[in-house]
Design a protein around this ligand. Structure first.
Ligand SMILES: NC(=O)c1ccc[n+]([C@@H]2O[C@H](COP(=O)([O-])OP(=O)(O)OC[C@H]3O[C@@H](n4cnc5c(N)ncnc54)[C@H](O)[C@@H]3O)[C@@H](O)[C@H]2O)c1
Ligand SMILES: O=C(O)[C@H]1O[C@H](OP(=O)(O)OP(=O)(O)OC[C@H]2O[C@@H](n3ccc(=O)[nH]c3=O)[C@H](O)[C@@H]2O)[C@H](O)[C@@H](O)[C@@H]1O
Length: 390
């Protein structure tokens, strides 16, 4: 329930606002809507082409405390004139809409660039022209590769944090060559960041840019063949969950040597709420949002997920838990990878006092409990169906 006396980080009462949330039906949007409904008095105009992940908020009994605070607007921001009206009706716009699965970056580079840059342009323009605040979702992928990755493998400077810690106001953005179309996403995100920043500098747009570092948790992406296409390739959490649910070995792309830091979606959403409710501290800033303590290689992630899944499902772990696959085979031509992603937390700490709390083991335990509860039965049904005779 929303408390009547909510105050911001400076002790001022928080005024209820209306938020136009674009991409509200996605993974992050669904968690943000849940948090805003359960814990704040704010209103949400939820914009998306899909609503399945927020159905429980939209279709609950009329007695739910938030029924009149969330309204779904099914529209595609590519071509819908209602968008400007919704932004004008709101105090704040949050743009989450994007194509953001790596399997698309090299296979659908045009859609990726349009979605992450061209389609975001009107959102920035309407916010700027109507003096509305904007929180724009970018990505840690704008950092690309680390400086250290260009040093010889055994070079001692690779151990120096100066060569791998990613800082919003100091690190360069290092992408591969154009033919490595993997970078189409990162490059489009970088350009939209520069545009938002320039609107702030030249026209006074009040903005915050968020760079998520591998946020994971329930409702992320889809399980192929269950609530998404059989041939679809989601992000790693859903790929590995799918393998575990189907008792198949987890596929390690190029040996699973890349490193990631994973943060629990519920911790990360706390950071977004702080940005929403503390505009004076958040405006004009770019924030890394991640958990530097949860670093693993993708191979270690696979091993940990196998162990956690066995614990939560009660099933014995697979005898052969992983299998190696080349990136060309898995993603196709033009794939490339970020080697290592550790966020520097200085700015978000200083401005918002935010710190992530949940360990990788704990966040995998709650997430895989959800995956097992949500999908195990459906997987059993599809896998036990006899093949149709041709
Ligand atoms: N999940 C992460 O860890 C992560 C990491 C880095 C960046 N991000 C960024 O955060 C944002 C949200 O990510 P997510 O993980 O929730 O992704 P998601 O795919 O689950 O959500 C995106 C939502 O946007 C909607 N959308 C896309 N194009 C649209 C359009 N033209 N009109 C209306 N709706 C549209 C989709 O239907 C989807 O529901 C993206 O901008 C992504 O690049 C996420
Ligand atoms: O989440 C983020 O912060 C950002 O990074 C992700 O990129 P990435 O981490 O490379 O995507 P994942 O699909 O989660 O893959 C992580 C790693 O696992 C590997 N992988 C993935 C799937 C699989 O089955 N096996 C496997 O080894 C990938 O090659 C990659 O090295 C996506 O680009 C975005 O959603 C987002 O902007």
């Amino acid at each position: 329930m929303a408390s009547p006396v909510r105050v911001d980080l400076d002790g001022n009462p928080i005024r209820p606002i209306t938020i136009c949330m674009i991409g509200a039906g996605g993974f992050i949007g669904s968690h943000l809507c849940e948090k805003l409904m359960a814990e704040t008095p704010h209103k949400v105009l939820a914009v998306d082409v899909y609503s399945d992940k927020i159905k429980h908020l939209l279709e609950g009994p009329a007695s739910l405390p938030w029924t009149d605070r969330i309204h779904f607007h099914r529209l595609n921001i590519k071509n819908d004139s209602r968008l400007e009206g919704l932004i004008k009706m709101s105090d704040l716009t949050i743009n989450l809409a994007a194509i953001c699965t790596p399997a698309d970056y090299n296979t659908r580079p045009l859609d990726t660039i349009y979605s992450n840059f061209i389609d975001a342009l009107p959102v920035v323009k309407y916010c700027s022209e109507n003096n509305k605040r904007l929180i724009h979702f970018s990505t840690c992928e704008v950092y690309g590769k680390t400086i250290g990755s260009f040093l010889p493998t055994d070079h001692p400077m690779r151990q120096d944090p100066a060569y791998f810690i990613l800082k919003e106001d100091a690190s360069p953005c290092i992408f591969g060559p154009i033919e490595k179309q993997r970078w189409s996403y990162a490059c489009a995100k970088q350009l939209i960041e520069r545009l938002v920043y320039a609107e702030g500098a030249e026209n006074g747009l009040e903005f915050t840019i968020v760079r998520p570092f591998n946020w994971i948790g329930p409702r992320m992406d889809f399980i192929p063949g269950i609530d998404g296409p059989s041939e679809g390739v989601p992000r790693v959490l859903a790929c590995f969950s799918n393998n575990l649910l189907r008792h198949e070995p987890l596929k390690l792309v190029d040996g699973g040597q890349s490193q990631r830091t994973f943060v629990y979606i519920k911790d990360a959403i706390e950071a977004v709420l702080l940005m929403i409710e503390n505009p004076a501290r958040a405006n004009g800033h770019i924030f890394n949002v991640g958990n530097p303590n949860n670093e693993v290689t993708v191979r270690q992630l696979a091993e940990m997920m196998t162990e956690v899944y066995s614990k939560v499902s009660g099933e014995p772990p697979l005898e052969v838990p992983t299998v190696d696959v080349s990136s060309k085979e898995f993603y196709g031509e033009g794939y490339d990878d970020s080697d290592k992603r550790i966020p520097d937390m200085t700015i978000i700490n200083r401005q918002l006092g935010w710190n992530p709390k949940t360990s990788l083991w704990d966040l995998l335990e709650s997430t895989l409990t959800y995956q097992h509860r949500t999908y195990a039965e459906a997987i059993k049904q599809v896998t036990s169906k006899p093949l149709a005779s041709s």
